[in-house]
Write a protein that binds this ligand. Structure first.
Ligand SMILES: Nc1ncnc2c1ncn2[C@@H]1O[C@H](COP(=O)(O)OP(=O)(O)OP(=O)(O)O)[C@@H](O)[C@H]1O
Length: 228
């Protein structure tokens, strides 16, 4: 997939709807996300936030409307999308017999880091407060450490768009503050971030715009966040 010139939105959703059976769970959602920008999606339980992320990452197709990643209809299995889009939006799944460090090396090498992999892994282990648990197996991690390992798996690999579904879950106050700092730095380095969150402080600290959903509709469209 050729990369567009900077300035073109990396992600564009136009008039997107998604039905499950005869039930409409998203209705006419339109948004754009550019490089070096963060859009936070907020709203109550069941308002359609995770559905929006599955559409944005190409895991599901919209019932109506269009989802473009860098100008092309997004498909999860497109090699260009897999190379450029990192997502943390699932329940944890790790190989039970690989340590945290081995998982991260696996991801880094699979995404082509080669000889830079070891340094990249050391950096994300430190950033995610996992250095002391680097040689632990997944079963021996606390729930917050599992969440940090999932986030580290996204940060360790190159990408242009980072998609996160409630990344704050299971993190303590200090870890949430660290996450906010990392996301701000990541954005400043040029990444686009699409973030679903129930944490208003995190949204205010990181997002340039907030899209608030209620029953599948946009309640407050992409407003600027003061101090974002
Ligand atoms: N595969 C599916 N089949 C049928 N209905 C679904 C499916 N996935 C989600 N839904 C319904 O769509 C609606 C939106 O769900 P979604 O998970 O997108 O909400 P959410 O805003 O992410 O909620 P939460 O804050 O609880 O995570 C819900 O009513 C949910 O029950």
């Amino acid at each position: 997939m050729p990369e567009s010139p900077s300035g073109t939105p990396l992600l564009r959703m136009t008039d997107v709807g998604r039905d499950y059976g005869d039930r409409a769970v998203l209705l006419s959602v339109t948004l754009t996300l550019a490089r070096a920008e963060c859009l936070a999606v907020t709203g109550p339980n069941g308002s359609g936030k995770s559905t929006l992320l599955r559409l944005a990452t190409g895991r599901e197709r919209p019932t109506s409307g269009e989802v473009l990643f860098d100008g092309v209809p997004v498909r999860e299995d497109d090699p260009g999308v897999r190379r450029r889009l990192a997502a943390v939006m699932d329940a944890a799944s790790f190989y039970p017999d690989l340590t945290v460090r081995e998982h991260l090396m696996f991801v880094a090498l699979a995404h082509g880091l080669g000889r830079a992999a070891e340094d990249a892994v050391a950096r994300v282990l430190a950033d995610h407060r996992l250095a002391e648990r680097a040689d632990a197996l997944p079963d021996a991690l606390s729930s917050g450490q599992v969440q940090q390992a999932l986030l580290a798996s996204a940060f360790v690999r190159p990408h242009d768009l980072l998609v996160l579904d409630e990344p704050e879950q299971r993190l303590d106050t200090a870890a949430r503050a660290g996450l906010a700092r990392r996301l701000r730095a990541h954005k400043a380095a040029g990444a686009a971030i699409l973030l679903v969150t129930h944490d208003d402080e995190l949204a205010a600290a990181v997002a340039d715009h907030v899209l608030d959903l209620a029953s599948g509709r946009v309640r407050a469209a992409a407003e600027a966040v003061t101090g974002g």
